[in-house]
Design a protein around this ligand. Structure first.
Ligand code: GLN
Length: 451
């Protein structure tokens, strides 16, 4: 039997188009594989097969002919797919089944992709290792004793573990790029607003983006093209240009600024001018990020009150108990900690001292990054300065885990696009420069790996 997990999403799309393979055959192949990494929270074979058969008919009748038509895709569990649970990795939303599709999901369905299941994640996307999930930790398919990275842990593990050809994750402070890098994949975090957030369950709205986790930069480009663009259901969405693939860009006049200990040999081999740079405000990035993210999270998560939807305690006897017991039972430790931190920095007396100050720092970091991007075309930074941690070793040292996000939160604080490469570095670009990020990665793939 053919090992379909060794193909890229685009290759599989091409095989379906050429009638060498059908969408139901492909979906069945992936659904029959055991999930040894705890990467999915939900897979329903019957529902997926029905969807695949409908798509196949549309392909055969000529109504669907996009590049990824018929290809299965795994979706992070904080993105709403009509009729499938959206638990956000939390007991709070364990039984929540959204009655609508997120805009990204309607768009991938319009492009003929088939949602194969919902992937495991850190609870409410809070974490870097996939270990805060109510449904247990995700294992890294490259070494099952290690974390897959977070918070889009299952989306990366599903692709790296051969359970799906590509996936969607969300990135608030690195959650697409970190697991992608730990699992040897590409992670594309788009410019803020380039992809609609409608139907993405909010963590920190001013930082949240939906992104792609793929085996190749070209797959990421095609997926971005399918999901991006203005959406009237998200007032922060913008009309971004579609990526035009060019595998042969000229690299001799490119300039890259390097932050941290990011390895740049591959870029030097392309005759790119690389220069070490410094960000004077780097040490404030993590504190500013966590103050803003927790403040927004405390407000966004206030809606889970046991009344409208989500977990409701059956021990509650009074209205106050409905609120307190439902939230006490429904949220895990990390989420509670961040709600408390967020409420603290927003409380009168501390608002100016923490929250407002963090907003000012965010503005200053953005200016510093933009001026670096005036002097050079891209910033190259590590995704993480250490490799994937062993499972069970990160949650005891939360401050170390938070400070590990230092280079990832930069792109979110400034709303910039970033592409992480399988080797563990990321390219950060100017606003709306997804096309040039992808094309540079393609050039690198071609020259270095010969593909
Ligand atoms: N590790 C970061 C956090 O816990 C990033 C999470 C994310 O991007 N969703 O907030």
């Amino acid at each position: 039997m053919t090992d379909y997990s060794s193909f890229t999403a685009l290759q599989l799309g091409e095989m379906i188009k050429n009638r060498e393979l059908t969408s139901p055959e492909l979906c069945e192949y992936f659904l029959n594989k055991a999930d040894g990494f705890n990467s999915f929270i939900y897979r329903d074979k019957d529902a997926v097969m029905k969807q695949a058969q409908t798509v196949q008919k549309a392909i055969e009748s000529g109504r669907l002919n996009s590049f990824l038509a018929g290809v299965p895709i795994a979706i992070k569990d904080n993105i709403c797919v009509k009729g499938m649970p959206a638990s956000c990795g939390s007991k709070m939303l364990e039984s929540f089944v959204p009655p609508y599709d997120a805009t990204v999901v309607s768009r991938i369905k319009n492009a003929g992709m088939v949602v194969i299941g919902k992937t495991n994640m850190d609870e409410f996307a809070m974490g870097s290792t996939g270990e805060t999930s109510h449904f247990g930790a995700v294992k890294n398919p490259l070494d099952v004793s290690r974390a897959a990275g977070g918070s889009s842990s299952g989306s990366a593990a599903a692709v790296a573990g051969g359970l799906a050809p590509l996936s969607l994750g969300s990135d608030t402070g690195g959650s697409v790029r970190l697991p992608a890098a730990y699992c040897g994949l590409y992670g594309l975090k788009p410019t803020y607003g380039a992809v609609s957030r409608f139907g993405l369950i909010a963590y920190a709205s001013s930082l949240d983006t939906v992104g792609a986790i793929c085996k190749t930069a070209e797959d990421a480009a095609v997926l971005f093209n399918a999901i991006s663009g203005v959406d009237k259901k998200d007032s922060t969405s913008i009309n971004s240009e579609k990526i035009v693939i060019n595998k042969n860009i000229k690299t001799s006049n490119i300039k890259i600024s390097i932050l941290g200990n990011a390895k740049s040999e591959a870029f030097k081999a392309l005759n790119i001018n690389v220069e070490n740079a410094e960000l004077s405000l780097l040490k404030y990035a993590v504190p500013a990020y966590y103050i803003i993210a927790c403040a927004e999270a405390s407000s966004n998560l206030a809606r889970y009150d046991g009344i409208r939807y989500g977990h409701r305690s059956d021990k509650a006897k009074t209205l106050d108990e409905v609120y307190t017991l439902s939230r006490t039972e429904g949220f895990g430790f990390e989420v509670k900690k961040r709600i408390m931190l967020g409420n603290f920095v927003l409380s009168s007396g501390y608002f100016d001292e923490y929250y407002l100050k963090a907003l000012k720092v965010r503005g200053m970091i953005k200016s510093e990054l933009l001026s670096l991007l005036e002097k050079s075309d891209y910033i190259l930074a590590p995704v993480s300065e250490n490799g994937a941690p062993l499972l069970g070793q990160s949650l005891e040292k939360p401050l170390d885990m938070y400070s590990g996000d230092v280079f990832n939160v930069l792109a979110n604080l400034a709303g910039l696009p970033a592409l992480s490469l399988p080797g563990g570095v990321q390219l950060i670009g100017k606003p709306n420069s997804e096309e040039s990020l992808i094309n540079l990665a393609l050039k690198l793939e071609k020259e270095i790996y010969g593909i």
